[in-house]
Design a protein around this ligand. Structure first.
Ligand code: ZN
Length: 75
């Protein structure tokens, strides 16, 4: 049998790798639910989360949050 050796097809390195946010300013690393200063911001019925670095205060990322808490829909 010409069985292909079980050469790991692109090792699953990505699996064990959690999403890590890195501060562009000081290089502080932490998972999204780590020690970032998260500020929620309401913007037209949408909630956005701003992640700020606890070390230098730089804005690391901003992302929408899909929590629809009684969104008032004006017809
Ligand atoms: Zn920082």
């Amino acid at each position: 049998m010409n069985r292909p050796e079980s050469s790991t097809p692109r090792s699953g390195a990505q699996r064990s790798r959690k999403a890590i946010l890195v501060c562009p300013e000081c290089g502080h690393e932490s998972p999204p639910d780590g020690d970032w200063d998260v500020h929620e911001e309401n913007h037209e019925n949408r909630v956005r989360e701003t992640y700020s670095c606890p070390v230098c205060g730089a804005t690391v990322t901003t992302r929408p949050r899909f929590t629809e808490r009684h969104v008032v829909t004006p017809r």
